[in-house]
Design a protein around this ligand. Structure first.
Ligand code: GLP
Length: 263
């Protein structure tokens, strides 16, 4: 696993956007470049930079297919806290050449969650898998909506959200955890780790405990993002603020080995 430490959130986002843009440009195959995408505040700066690059003609989304990580159960597209709404509002609507038919987001209004999730997995497989899955994590180390103790081989399915996650996410629901849906559809940890590359963004003091557990702790279903330790092309892009709980030798090791990557 690589850990790329940047000074602050903005630099972390710049590094990640450059990395994704490089990967998109390097993709020379006829089949589309398949990109997995997260929601949350962490990727916002990356989305803004990818939009800038797209508008400047530096990268094209004409041959890109996207699969989002997760969606709340029971929120319609037009709900301003649905992940469908978030993705269009913050990203897809601003791209000049993204084809709507290439956007895949789990349908939170389905009356057949199992079928919806099985079809999602089949559709990912039909494109030959995901080339690059970008992600963020929760303060408890959850990746997508794979809360602590979700199997590290899990596939796309229905998930119960923990009270802690509903409290954390209540900032988007008027501060009321009861208004946060109690369930979501989510790709599994196995779905993410099947991707050829995984790039996870970790920023801020409130993620410091999770970053230390994911990087220095063992592979454990308690911190589901720690499954990345078993992936041979996983990168964590993080900022200084999130490094507060790393041991000094781990911190120095990654600064040393990634010194060319510091922006
Ligand atoms: C939600 C999403 C996760 C996301 C997490 C962190 O729980 N399901 O995919 O990584 O929030 O969000 P933020 O980046 O806002 O801290």
């Amino acid at each position: 696993m690589r850990v790329v430490i940047q000074d602050d959130y903005e630099k972390m986002c710049e590094w990640a956007a450059n990395y994704i843009a490089d990967r998109m440009r390097a993709h020379k195959e006829d089949r589309p470049f398949v990109l997995g995408l997260p929601t949350g505040s962490s990727p916002l700066g990356v989305y803004a930079r990818l939009v800038e690059k797209n508008k400047a003609g530096e990268i094209s989304f004409a041959n890109v297919v996207t699969f989002n990580m997760d969606e709340y159960l029971g929120l319609p597209h037009e709900h301003d806290q649905s992940y469908w709404y978030f993705m269009h509002d913050n990203f897809f609507d601003h791209l000049v050449d993204m084809k709507p038919e290439n956007i895949n987001i789990l349908n939170g209004m389905t009356d057949d969650p199992e079928g919806e999730c099985a079809r999602y997995e089949e559709k990912i497989a039909s494109y030959g898998g995901i080339d690059l899955f970008m992600g963020g994590i929760g303060v408890d180390g959850h990746l997508a909506f794979n809360e602590p103790y979700t199997s590290l081989t899990s596939r796309t399915g229905l998930r119960d959200l923990t009270t802690d996650t509903r409290i954390v996410n209540s900032r988007f629901f008027g501060g009321d955890p009861e208004k946060v849906p109690a369930q979501a559809l989510s790709v599994g940890i196995g779905t993410v780790t099947d991707a050829k590359e995984v790039l996870v963004l970790i920023s801020g003091h409130n993620k410091a405990r999770a970053l230390a557990a994911v990087v220095e702790g063992g592979v454990s279903q308690k911190w589901t993002c720690s499954a990345l330790q078993m992936h041979n092309a996983a990168i964590i892009a993080c900022d200084e603020a999130s490094c507060g709980e790393l041991t000094v030798d781990t911190y120095k090791y990654f600064l040393d080995i990634e010194k060319g990557e510091r922006l």
